[in-house]
Write a protein that binds this ligand. Structure first.
Ligand SMILES: *Cc1c(COP(=O)(O)O)cnc(C)c1O
Length: 383
């Protein structure tokens, strides 16, 4: 039996968000059109100040994307050929792509089956693997705050210190989340942000940022985002990038920041409703203790690939979108297989077969949330 026809529910709803703050966004963009400082205009500095104070970090450097943010942070440490950069096998491709672009080697680490975050025990094992093989120099760890929950930062800091590794946070999915009562942004030496449109704080194009408490590193990041420039534009100190944050994107983000806390509250309320609503049918994400996630993505664990397909079909039959993050762990991607030492990472491999993301965006109504839960829980009536 078909469910009665209702409006489809998309995985995201960007037009509706625009209808809420359209006038504020237009006002901000109009101001940029008037002063015409499209590159490094005053909105960039204003946004950097707002993001630094929001996160509690001393410095924020606006950049062109979350991927470029990671690249600048690793370039600043001089990471390149012969270096091992440890990162979770279960993350977005950008985390692994950057070490390779710089000539370094990504070393994939398994994740926790409950929270989906990088597993500290596997990290220790992988560092030992690399030291034993003796071909690469362990240099850095990238902790990823996956899906909007914090990575296990206290453990990662202890390992990085013991092993003398540079620790950075890929916080592309978790700006606004907090751990032990403090917002993410100061858990590692540097924290990278993405404002890709689908992230919790999304621009209307590509944009990113880097947070740090270290003024010397912040200065280096500012130089690297502008071709390695020194004190004057025509003094080139080092090989850099063209990775500045666009003024218009900064203007849009400034308008959207005013709504951000309200949106985070709504995301958290929806996640709580999902936790209680889907629990007998699928396994909700295990919460990282003492944290307030930003819920960029809300993924449940199904019993297996066949059950996942059945649930996706049940949702689709009711006009409800779903998505799989990630259908393949990175060590099994064609682009990364040659860099991988061949060890199996069983949790990441298993998750990729069973994980399923439900729509979670602040524009969902309580009625939408009820429809989504009902579609996930419906048994055997998806035709
Ligand atoms: C989105 C994302 C990035 C890359 O951000 P862009 O702004 O798209 O370059 C990096 N890491 C993770 C975990 C992401 O989700």
């Amino acid at each position: 039996m078909n469910a009665p026809l209702e409006a489809p529910i998309g995985f995201l709803n960007l037009p509706q968000q625009q209808s809420l703050i359209g006038p504020q966004i237009r006002q901000r963009v109009d101001a940029v059109m008037k002063h015409c400082r499209f590159v490094m205009g005053p909105e960039v500095m204003e946004l950097e100040g707002r993001l630094a104070s929001y996160s509690g970090a001393a410095e924020c450097v606006g950049v062109s994307s979350g991927t470029d943010a990671i690249q600048i942070v690793l370039m600043a440490e001089g990471i390149g050929a012969g270096d091992a950069v440890f990162l979770p096998a279960f993350t977005y491709t950008a985390t692994a792509e950057v070490p390779l672009v710089l000539g370094a080697t990504p070393v994939f680490v398994d994740v926790d089956p409950g929270t989906f975050q990088i597993d500290p025990a596997s990290l220790r094992q992988r560092i030992a693997d690399v030291r034993r093989a003796g071909r690469l120099r362990p240099r850095a760890v990238i902790g990823v705050d996956l899906f909007g929950q914090p990575a296990p930062w206290p453990e990662l800091r202890a390992i990085a210190q013991e092993e003398d590794l540079f620790l950075m946070a890929d916080c592309a999915q978790a700006f606004g989340a907090s751990l032990s009562g403090r917002r993410l942004g100061r858990e590692a030496v540097a924290t990278t942000l993405s404002f890709f449109p689908s992230k919790p704080l999304g621009a209307y194009g590509d944009a990113g940022g880097i947070l740090t408490d270290d003024p010397a590193r912040a200065e280096l990041y500012r130089s690297l985002r502008t071709h390695g420039e020194g004190k004057t534009r025509y003094e080139v100190l080092r090989t850099g990038m063209n990775a500045r944050l666009d003024t218009i994107q900064a203007a849009i983000l400034l308008a959207k920041l005013d709504l951000f806390d309200m949106e985070l509250d709504r995301r958290r309320a929806i996640a709580a409703a999902y936790d209680g609503g889907v629990v007998g049918r699928v396994r909700p994400p295990v919460r990282v203790p003492d944290s307030q996630p930003s819920w960029a993505i809300y993924s449940v664990l199904t019993g297996g690939a066949a059950e996942r397909t059945a649930i996706q079909q049940s949702m689709q039959a009711r006009g409800i979108a779903s998505a799989i993050y990630y259908p393949r762990p990175l060590h099994q991607q064609p682009a990364y297989m040659a860099a991988h030492d061949g060890v199996s990472l069983p949790v990441a491999e298993d998750l990729s077969q069973r994980i399923l993301a439900l729509p979670l965006h602040p524009e969902l109504t309580d009625h939408d949330v009820g429809r989504i839960i009902a579609a996930v829980c419906a048994q055997g009536d998806q035709t």
